[in-house]
Design a protein around this ligand. Structure first.
Ligand code: HOZ
Length: 427
């Protein structure tokens, strides 16, 4: 393919005169890999096409939602049908009831659910509920986990904050993050220490059950059960942020995959089928505290938006017919080959994988937490990213994000990606 990005670059140069950094979310600016963003024209299946007509195999998948691939036929049809009926009413519709019913049927710990518009909104509302239910204010957050951009979560967070090396952010009052207690991921003694020190004021532990926003970091086999035990002993709640893992690790998300049922959980991405959506839910006794059933206020004009509900419902319905294990096997086989190809080039490399996700870390050490992640070589990552992109392979432009595989990725896509990796030069 001839790879020129003239039109993408033109758009980007106009965009920087109109929007901060020329983007609507920081990581996609590609600054840390010393590249400019591609402007995307369309997507179909596992491929996207930029304005210049370059075709890419997409391992970003809109950062997670497009598990069926782009423009999937059932989702497309569901959206067309709803479009003809109207796009927003700010009132109940059958679709939101159908999606709630489907989610509750799939996710083990979900007895009640509230739809919102983004993962950030879900997680900030869920924290409010946890604080109200326990009448406590502090939360334990794991270093390198990312829970959206609400104030209490912007302490040593992953994703864009890690990519741009922003430890916290101006604009968040000290008093707000004082209630955010931090512990390294996969370190149960550190969490036990926090409970020993602040036990009676800790409302909850909030965790990505698989950390997907500091690259991909898997929980140690006993970690999630350990967090659950520590929370329970202290009368605190366990919150799973399943915005990425929900309906990706399995239909029942991390709760099904690991057999651990949290008190509350948040969702986003896949449940909107590519439209803006979020949700939080869990134990009925806790969710009954949400207004108007209870006193904990939470609201939204576009919550339960019928287009988003239609896309989400069509996606989950289709996922119920799909083979998650086969997708996991395909991803694991690919990750193993990719590891071999890169290791043969003499670069240090770790490719952790779980279900349909993999991480890319240019380092020797196995990855268990954020400080391990920080030992990876950013220059090698940037070299890899740019050479893969110029060969038609679209990866997240940051080692602090996770690569996604969809049901639409073919064996040919995977083979082409491995061929491209074999051609990357690091010297
Ligand atoms: N922070 C999100 C990924 N983990 C979204 C990044 C983006 O949309 O640019």
């Amino acid at each position: 393919m001839s790879y020129t990005t003239t039109l993408s670059d033109q758009y980007y140069h106009k965009a920087v005169t109109l929007m901060p950094g020329g983007v609507n979310s920081p990581v996609r600016a590609c600054t840390n890999v010393n590249a400019t963003p591609l402007c995307i024209a369309k997507g179909q299946g596992s491929h996207i096409v930029d304005l210049d007509g370059n075709d890419y195999i997409d391992f970003v998948l809109s950062w997670g939602p497009m598990i069926l691939g782009h423009n999937e036929a059932h989702v497309h049809q569901a959206l067309l049908e709803q479009l003809a009926l109207g796009t927003s009413f700010g009132a109940p519709t059958p679709l939101e009831v159908a999606l709630a019913e489907r989610m509750i049927a799939c996710v083990p710990g979900l007895e009640r659910v509230r739809m919102v518009n983004s993962g950030t909104e879900a997680t900030m509302s869920c924290l409010r509920l946890a604080r109200a239910a326990t009448k406590r204010s502090k939360l334990i957050k794991l270093i390198g986990c990312y829970h959206g951009h609400a104030d209490p979560f912007l302490a040593k967070a992953g994703s864009g904050l890690a990519t741009l090396a922003i430890p916290g952010t101006p604009g968040v009052p000290d008093a707000v993050v004082q209630d955010t207690l931090l512990a390294p991921y996969n370190d149960l003694p550190a969490v036990a220490d926090l409970f020993a020190q602040y036990g009676s004021s800790i409302a909850c532990i909030l965790v990505e059950p698989v950390a997907c926003n500091m690259g991909l970091v898997l929980p140690d086999p006993t970690y999630l059960a350990g967090l659950q035990r520590l929370a329970k002993e202290a009368g605190a709640l366990l919150l799973f942020d399943e915005v990425i893992t929900g309906f990706r690790l399995a239909l029942g998300g991390a709760q099904e995959y690991f057999g651990i049922t949290p008190d509350l959980a948040t969702f986003g991405k896949i449940i909107g089928g590519g439209l803006p959506v979020g949700a939080f839910g869990g134990r009925k006794d806790l969710m009954d505290l949400i207004a108007p059933e209870g006193p904990v206020y939470q609201a939204g004009t576009l919550s339960g938006n019928p287009l988003a509900m239609a896309a989400g419902l069509a996606t989950i319905t289709e996922l119920q017919n799909r083979d998650y294990q086969a997708l996991a096997h395909k991803t694991a086989a690919f990750a193993k080959e990719l590891h071999n190809i890169l290791a043969q080039k003499g670069v240090p490399i770790q490719i952790p994988t779980i279900a349909s996700m993999f991480g890319i870390f240019f380092c020797e050490n196995t990855i268990r937490n954020f400080s391990d992640v920080q030992k990876a070589d950013p220059a090698l990552f940037a070299t890899f990213y740019k050479q893969m992109r110029s060969q038609g392979i679209y990866l997240a432009p940051s080692p602090y994000e996770t690569a996604m595989v969809s049901f639409a990725h073919t064996e040919e896509d995977m083979a082409k990606t491995l061929d491209a990796a074999a051609k990357v030069r690091f010297a």
